[in-house]
Design a protein around this ligand. Structure first.
Ligand code: ADP
Ligand code: MG
Length: 255
């Protein structure tokens, strides 16, 4: 399959008066359309840095990142949707107005984008809440609203940086399930950063394991589950714990 995203031998270091903090070293992988990639690695190893580079917020010091064969700076409109740990919903706007925010900034509010926003709200259980304020929604609903706000912009690639880590355990399982299903149904390509190995195994079709900082790719683990399983159902599948153990070992190589 044609690669959507190519990360070619990327190096990155932060520079300050105190010196250099190497964060990424020789990161090399490709992502195809429809892939759901999970990136796991120790805290502080460089996961968020990697997403910032893919989003074009930072530029590689060496190597290059191509989306559909072109550098991000050469793309005509921003093809990246970025979802963070905090939902960053604006409290003074209704859910509907929050979801429209990106379109408003782009000047893209039209009948097609409005219809798509409405269909996402209906399909994912938020339509009856469109006139509420974010504080009137549960944590899980807020994360769904944040995802819809990203999806209405029709991104080519979705980046998710620990999007569930602010939620309590039970909500987290439910929201991971919902978000996984939405991304699949909307046929999106996604890269999820998480420190939760079970989350990675329940959602992804490939897991990239990073080493301690500066992050290098320690392993790439392809996951095979029956197509019809939801993320929650995967947790009960026989191969789940084998994958978990493989990734666990890769993460704890040095110990
Ligand atoms: P992770 O997301 O895996 O926890 P990060 O990518 O946020 O890790 O950070 C990787 C390393 O780079 C950390 O050691 C962090 O302290 C350092 N770092 C992150 N952002 C900056 C910055 N803006 N300036 C200097 N160092 C940074
Ligand atoms: Mg991080």
């Amino acid at each position: 399959m044609e690669p959507l995203l190519e990360i070619n031998h990327v190096n990155y270091a932060y520079h300050s008066m105190q010196g250099e903090t190497p964060a990424l070293q020789n990161i090399h992988f490709t992502v195809c359309k429809g892939d759901f990639i999970a990136v796991v690695g120790p805290s502080g190893c460089g996961k968020t840095t990697l997403l910032s580079l893919i989003a074009g917020l930072l530029l590689p010091e060496e190597g290059e990142i191509l989306l559909n064969g072109k550098r991000l700076q050469e793309q005509s409109n921003n093809p990246i949707g970025y979802m963070l740990q905090k939902d960053h919903l604006l409290e003074w706007r209704t859910i509907w107005k929050n979801i429209q925010l990106g379109l408003e900034i782009q000047g893209n509010i039209n009948s097609a984008s409005t219809a798509y926003a409405n269909s996402l709200l209906k399909n994912y259980g938020l339509y009856d809440f469109k006139d509420k304020r974010p504080c009137e929604l549960s944590g899980g609903m807020r994360q769904r609203a944040a995802l819809i706000r990203t999806l209405v912009l029709n991104p080519t690639l979705l980046l998710l940086d620990e999007p569930f880590s602010a939620l309590d355990y039970q909500t987290r399982l439910k929201v991971a399930d919902d978000i996984g299903m939405i991304i699949k149904q909307e046929e999106k390509t996604a890269i999820l950063v998480t420190h939760d190995l079970s989350e990675a195994v329940s959602l992804a079709n490939r897991v990239i394991v990073l080493s301690e900082r500066p992050a290098q790719i320690a392993a790439v683990v392809p996951l095979e589950f029956e197509e019809s399983l939801t993320p929650f159902e995967r947790r009960a599948a026989p191969q789940f714990k084998d994958y978990f153990n493989i990734i666990w070992k890769e993460l704890n190589h040095d110990e």
